[in-house]
Design a protein around this ligand. Sequence first.
Ligand SMILES: Cc1cc2nc3c(=O)[nH]c(=O)nc-3n(C[C@H](O)[C@H](O)[C@H](O)COP(=O)(O)OP(=O)(O)OC[C@H]3O[C@@H](n4cnc5c(N)ncnc54)[C@H](O)[C@@H]3O)c2cc1C
Length: 401
Amino acid sequence: MKFAFSPELEAFRQDVRRFVADTLSPATRAKVDEGRRLVKSDYVDWYRILHAKGWITPGWPVEHGGTDWSPLERYIFEEETALGGAPPVTGGINMIGPVLIAFGTPEQKAAYLPAMRRGDLWWAQGFSEPGAGSDLASLATRAVLDGDHYVVNGTKIWQTQAAYADMMFALVRTRFEGKPQEGITLLLLDMNSPGLSIQPIRTIDGGQELYQCFFDNVRVPVENRVGADGKGWTYAKYLLGFERHGIAGIGHAKRQMARIKRVAAAEHDRGTRLIDLPRWRDRIALLEIELMALECLSLRLIQESEAKGAGAGPGVEASILKIRGTELRQDMFELLTELTGPYGIPFDEEVMRDGWGNGAPVGPAHAATIASNYLDSRKISIYGGANEIQRNVLAKAILGV
Ligand SMILES: Cc1cc2nc3c(=O)[nH]c(=O)nc-3n(C[C@H](O)[C@H](O)[C@H](O)COP(=O)(O)OP(=O)(O)OC[C@H]3O[C@@H](n4cnc5c(N)ncnc54)[C@H](O)[C@@H]3O)c2cc1C
């Protein structure tokens, strides 16, 4: 079997590749190459470049700045931007953006959508709570109507980059009777509201990108409610459908594959490059085959959804992509650690920081970030729906259990 993209899609791929090579800041690309942590300006500078080109919101309807690309074009765009070392588009663009377009008031659309496209407005996602992660419907942060405001009390946890955020879209409980899914409302909160405070959570990789958020009588104007009171669960499900786009992370995996080969060519065992030793070659080849299989599956699912028509995303199969994509990337970081042997083990948080220029604490420069990257990769099978939950989804849909 020979799989090939059409000449038009290949030309599109070359356009995207050239664009990323020509416009992405070399400093940002170097950080991604070396596995260092990005800061807000790395993201926002890139978003402004994408905005100027008209490519910041490919998944939005054309009248709101979308590109009207086919699913395969979007796939190629995501792969090429990741391969080229660009930061992922995050900060709410692909989450609350589509929800506001579908369910927001004209005032909400005017207030938020243009600023999001320009890279001027960053959102935190306020869904999870200490007692409500996988079982999100049991969330308990409450909002009580008081005149023309909701008064919010409670706590949210694991908010990614809450310190960067100007606004938060949060699921809160406004009714307490009936099924847990009923009585949940989606509110838009200003992160500078009196009574809203955030506290960083330090993660095992030394990072500080996650936060717990506390709400102490935070007043939110009623006009900041999305859609109807009590219908937040419906909007959240709609939003999570968009989070699934590009879930397999093929571009990122290909980038890590290239890093594995670079490291295997630089590391030696008694004078022979590891990449030339059969036992290491086998390990690398196996991962590459797994990656090719996942890529074929992704493309097959995209073609099926293209055949079904515009807007049809992957169904329960997205769970397979999530599980395999995250396991594969975790295997890659494990192999990177093994390839660097004792040099990959020392964990020095400082090397991850912006502006660090003192090389590795011990061993070659390419080993400096590997311990931290390995530890960081443990999270990818948790967020976006933990892999155990994805397995439950598959068991229910396919095995009928
Ligand atoms: C890096 C990172 C970023 C995140 N960013 C955000 C964010 O920006 N905003 C936000 O709101 N949330 C965010 N989250 C939270 C994330 O959505 C939750 O961590 C996730 O939903 C799991 O919930 P939990 O941590 O409460 O674990 P739990 O739900 O308590 O699960 C604990 C373990 O039990 C397993 N488990 C739970 N229920 C079942 C079941 N029924 N069957 C089998 N196994 C089960 C889980 O798979 C997991 O392994 C983030 C998480 C991470 C790790």
